[in-house]
Design a protein around this ligand. Structure first.
Ligand SMILES: CC(=O)CC(=O)SCCNC(=O)CCNC(=O)[C@H](O)C(C)(C)COP(=O)(O)OP(=O)(O)OC[C@H]1O[C@@H](n2cnc3c(N)ncnc32)[C@H](O)[C@@H]1OP(=O)(O)O
Length: 287
């Protein structure tokens, strides 16, 4: 399957990542079908896409006419069966292996045989996702970064059975979306999260040990290392539930204490303090 034959891209999930992926694909001229599990989540996801495009217009990254054209390429749905029309589907559901496996098995049943099935997973095994399909050579990881329209990286993850042709499609897609590619083997956390997750968890440990306040830790990293966000701002931005899913998945595989979630993180997620998206995480956000 070559990229020039891809007309319609499916996106499973219209949360933070799915909405960003749907937006950049529509802006690149693909027809996009994006699916959520209920009307409310779908409406919220589509609203997020529209708000992000409006911000791009405001910042001079997109013209009003381009925004309307891109918006016209996006169709929301609640039905998995609608992915029968897709040449490429990118899954961006919750970071949970049983849920993702169920999605991949369903996509394999519904999508045409030529379709490539990609996952936006940030830590789970592409090889394992491929194993529940009859097309493991067409299963690949496309790990985007939040906010998808702004972050210039696409981490492509190659499962044991992923074909060279599927990787070539990933490279061509990245070029179309104006993203730079890095290639990672299928190991937990790939490149970025292998380094990022222990750093973020260590920031929580530093806070719990009382070494410094979270404001000072954030300021230290922002001004001392020139990172755009300190670790607590970044954790709230990524979502504490997502961070916990990733840390647990990495700990499960490596059994290395560097990836063990600090108790405070688990309790914050239990309390529903998920970061920016829930209005409260390490910091509190206005509604
Ligand atoms: C956990 C995982 O598996 C993976 C992950 O995703 S980890 C998280 C990765 N993400 C990060 O690390 C984000 C770190 N933070 C940042 O880079 C920055 O804080 C940020 C980009 C989010 C915001 O930066 P900022 O300077 O405060 O915002 P802002 O000035 O509004 O925007 C920065 C740029 O993006 C552009 N932009 C903003 N929103 C946009 C949109 N919706 N569409 C297009 N462009 C947009 C702006 O125009 C601006 O571009 P220029 O510099 O060319 O003017």
């Amino acid at each position: 399957m070559a990229l020039q034959n891809v007309r319609t891209v499916g996106v499973v999930g219209c949360g933070l990542m799915g909405s960003g992926i749907a937006e950049v694909c529509a802006r690149a001229g693909f027809q996009v079908i994006v699916r959520e599990v209920n009307e409310e989540l779908l409406r919220k996801g589509l609203d997020r896409i529209r708000a992000s495009m409006a911000k791009a217009v405001e910042r001079g990254k997109l013209s009003a006419a381009e925004m309307e054209a891109a918006w016209g390429h996006i169709r929301g749905t609640l039905r998995m069966e609608d992915f029968a029309a897709c040449d490429l589907v990118i899954e961006a559901v919750v970071e949970d292996m049983p849920t993702k496996k169920q999605v991949f098995a369903e996509l394999d049943r519904i999508c045409p045989p030529h379709a490539v099935l990609a996952s936006n997973t940030s830590s789970l095994s592409i090889t394992e996702l491929g194993s529940v399909t009859r097309r493991p050579e067409k299963v690949i990881g496309f790990h985007f970064f939040n906010p998808v329209p702004v972050m210039p990286l696409l981490e492509i993850v190659i499962g044991l059975q992923t074909a060279e042709e599927t990787v070539a499609l990933g490279r061509a897609l990245a070029e179309r979306l104006n993203k730079t590619v890095v290639i990672s083997k299928d190991r937990p956390g790939f490149i970025v999260n292998r380094l990022l997750i222990p750093y973020l968890l260590d920031a929580i440990r530093l806070l719990e040990e009382g070494v410094a306040t979270m404001e000072d830790i954030d300021t230290a990293i922002r001004l001392g290392l020139n990172h755009p966000m300190g670790p607590f701002t970044l954790m709230d931005f990524v979502g504490l539930d997502t961070l916990l899913f990733i840390a647990d998945a990495m700990f499960e595989e490596f059994k290395d204490p560097r990836y063990a979630a600090p108790p405070l993180l688990r309790r914050m997620v239990a309390a529903g303090w998920l970061g920016r998206k829930s209005g409260k995480g390490f910091y509190t956000y206005a509604a």
